[in-house]
Write a new protein. Structure first.
Length: 260
């Protein structure tokens, strides 16, 4: 009597194919699993938000903290949602600026033009062809004009608040000039530079020390020359500074308000 062989429900070749398919399926499934990145894997200053390392100081979807998103027309700056720059303006350290026209950010953030030059189409240009005094004059409309706080006496721009030859006005000469008034000494003033009573912490003609002059497009703050935009205002606050997203600073009594 012959013994019957048990029938295989699956031929050997099919078993191998089935096992191979199973292994492939398991591997594909394993690769598709999403693993959450542990918080310690985010390098400073990044934070873990929704399984991703993000910079909450600039990410509009996580501004200041995870899931705090900015609204339409806003961007995330220093962890705060602010109005996005309009038109061709670009956000620089000081705010939104036009890189095509700003002499302090000409063609790029913090690329300032030399004293007396203007920014045209993102490039520095001197329409006065170098004729202006770099310390006392600025070029406006193709002509050299006195910087803020200075007056024209003859051919020169002078500071009548400290000039002994033009103390308080042109041709008003005295031995010692005390903020535009003739005097005998500098009592009440922090410093004396030759025949002028002054404060070297804010005087653009004697910034930090006697004889150290600031360029015409700069002001003296705490004894250091700092590049600034003329405000065109007599007092702070100033609308122009606000429009440029800059701070209005009044270096009184040695200058007019400027935008920094």
């Amino acid at each position: 009597m012959q013994r019957r062989r048990a029938r295989r429900s699956t031929p050997p070749g099919d078993v191998r194919a089935w096992l191979k398919g199973l292994v492939v399926a398991l591997l594909v499934g394993a690769c598709s699993v999403q693993y959450v990145i542990p918080a310690e894997s985010c390098d400073d200053p990044l934070s873990l938000c929704d399984g991703q390392c993000v910079d909450v100081s600039s990410d509009p979807a996580h501004c200041g903290a995870c899931d705090l998103s900015c609204g339409a027309g806003e961007e995330c700056v220093a962890s705060r949602c602010v109005a996005a720059c309009e038109g061709d303006a670009v956000r620089c350290r000081v705010g939104c600026v036009d890189l095509q026209t700003s002499p302090l950010h000409c063609g790029g953030c913090d690329f300032s033009c030399p004293s007396g030059q203007v920014c045209v189409a993102g490039a520095c240009d001197d329409p006065c062809d170098g004729a202006c005094d770099p310390f006392t004059e600025v070029c406006e409309g193709g002509a050299c004009v006195c910087r803020q706080g200075f007056s024209r006496c003859g051919e020169a721009c002078v500071d009548t608040r400290i000039s002994p030859a033009h103390c308080g006005g042109c041709e008003l000469e005295c031995a010692l000039c005390r903020r535009g008034v003739c005097g005998e000494d500098c009592a009440g003033f922090p410093d004396q530079c030759v025949d002028a009573c002054t404060d070297v912490a804010v005087d653009p003609s004697n910034c930090g020390s006697c004889g150290m002059r600031c360029a015409a497009d700069s002001v003296c703050l705490r004894g250091q020359c700092v590049a600034a935009e003329p405000s065109g205002c007599s007092v702070c606050p100033c609308e122009l500074c606000d429009a440029l997203a800059l701070d209005c600073v009044d270096p009184d009594p040695y200058g007019a308000p400027v935008c920094l």
